[in-house]
Design a protein around this ligand. Structure first.
Ligand SMILES: *Cc1c(COP(=O)(O)O)cnc(C)c1O
Length: 465
């Protein structure tokens, strides 16, 4: 009773040609990515119209599809793994983690429950323990493995919302927010956009917050924080998305602890500073918070999409994430869907485990310190070249500007078009700036020098135009 489509797919598994193609194309991409223009050429982008076809009626040929992806798709990628990509805070991927992910793609596990995948449940537990130790968090901390810090932050704030209201005698998960005692949200005006989004999703509102001014580096001004109390959600930041600055966790968390407030730390890319003895002064005091969100796919260099919600209060997180259904059988083992908003999902713990284990404590510290060293090289060479530095380079982020806002924007556009390197722009204290994020393990001193040269060339072009 095999259907023709079943036969086709069994044949694909038996013949393996599509997998051999995928491997060949992947190796070709790896071999050439360092020499590609960092952004695709206009011609490569124009060719993407090939994909604008109606969905075929008949099944297609797998080999030809992989060829299409490689020939048309690969040139239209952003060469993020090449060493000269400094946009947003986009990490590269540790090779062992990519390889482990390939293998687990064949497994196609669903980590929702222990019974669906004992191996992934085990690796999630291991990652939870390793991350808690590396980051110096309380030993009772639990972790949910999610798609990104956006979701992780939403989970942390959901746990905080539940715990605060529970103290006030209200179960928000059962009874909702309508009619609940009000809770306060205190956060810095420099909080990341995804924090406001999480607040909106949780019914706490983007605007129904007490915004605290930030200092010239983008750190929350602790002296200007309002008085906290036991129904306050305080949100701090490890790594400002522009400047890389870290809030003063010791002072802010001490105030929160005295008031019995809930503290969530958005540490998307900065939290990992805790894993390097030379950088951990930046995260001093984070262990006093209640929940933390952090990405794998930024400074940790796991493949996309991989992140963690870490929470000291297991009950608060689980109460906020738990689903029921007569077919859902929780066990004595780790049932991963207790810690995340989703039920079925990818086995992303595998690449997190592979990244951490491949690097080890030493390799991780070395990689993180390498990102910071790259940022410092940018700082030195760009300021020697006459660019204005706008932040203290404490981590992996560098912000610069030219003499006038117009020049800054024109230089940024010229650098972006050069294909030599790529970085983005932002607004800082009312002016347009160029932000450089050193986030890829593959960036070398040569890559920095070549990128600085692209900046100088771009400025000469702008000046002579
Ligand atoms: C990137 C980032 C986020 C969002 O993380 P995603 O993984 O993209 O969802 C949140 N906060 C900060 C500080 C970030 O840098």
């Amino acid at each position: 009773m095999t259907s023709p489509i079943q036969e086709k797919m069994f044949a694909q598994l038996a013949e393996r040609a599509i997998f051999e193609h995928a491997k060949t194309y992947a190796f070709d991409y790896m071999d050439t990515v360092a020499n590609r223009t960092v952004v695709p050429t206009q011609e490569a982008i124009d060719r993407l119209t090939v994909f604008d076809e109606p969905l075929p009626k008949e099944p297609q040929i797998g080999e030809a599809m992989l060829q299409m992806l490689h020939e048309i798709g690969s040139p239209a990628t952003v060469a993020q793994t090449g060493g000269r990509y400094f946009g947003f805070v986009n990490g590269n991927a540790v090779p062992t983690a990519v390889a482990a992910r390939w293998l687990t793609d064949i497994w196609d596990q669903n980590p929702a429950l222990y019974v669906i995948s004992p191996i992934v449940a085990k690796l999630e537990q291991v990652c939870e323990r390793w991350a808690t130790q590396l980051l110096g968090l309380p030993s009772e901390t639990v972790a949910g493995i999610v798609s990104g810090t956006s979701i992780a932050t939403m989970c942390g704030l959901a746990a905080g919302r539940y715990a605060l209201l529970k103290k006030a005698g209200w179960d928000v998960n059962q009874d909702g927010l309508f009619g609940a005692p009000p809770i306060r949200v205190v956060l810095s005006e420099q909080s990341h956009g995804t924090v406001f989004k999480a607040l909106a999703l949780l019914g706490l509102g983007r605007n129904r917050v007490e915004l605290v001014p930030a200092d010239d580096q983008g750190r929350i001004d602790v002296d200007k924080m309002p008085e906290l109390d036991n129904n306050t959600l305080l949100i701090l930041q490890a790594g400002n998305v522009n400047s890389g600055a870290f809030d003063d966790f010791n002072r802010a968390c001490d105030l929160a602890q005295q008031a019995d407030a809930w503290v969530h730390i958005d540490g998307a890319f900065g939290l990992w500073a805790a894993a390097s003895p030379n950088l951990s002064h930046l995260t001093s005091g984070i262990e006093k918070a209640d929940s933390w969100s952090t990405d794998g796919h930024k400074t940790l260099n796991t493949p996309y999409d991989c992140a963690m919600i870490l929470c000291k209060d297991r009950h608060a997180l689980v109460a906020s994430m738990q689903a029921t259904g007569n077919y859902i059988q929780y066990s004595e083992q780790r049932d991963s869907m207790l810690y995340t908003p989703d039920m079925s999902r990818r086995a992303r713990a595998v690449e997190l485990w592979a990244t951490l284990r491949f690097l080890g404590e030493q390799g991780l510290a070395e990689m993180l310190e390498g990102l910071c060293a790259g940022a410092q090289m940018f700082e030195e060479q760009l300021s020697a070249a006459g660019f204005r530095m706008l932040n203290d380079v404490v981590f992996n982020q560098v912000m610069i500007a030219a003499d006038t806002p117009e020049d800054t924007m024109a230089i940024l556009a010229a650098v972006q078009n050069s294909g030599e390197c790529w970085c983005g722009g932002s607004q800082w204290q009312g002016e347009p700036v160029i932000r450089i994020s050193v986030c890829s393990w593959a960036t070398t001193a040569d890559d920095v020098a070549r990128s600085v040269a692209a900046f100088v060339t771009a400025r000469n072009q702008v000046k002579s135009a």
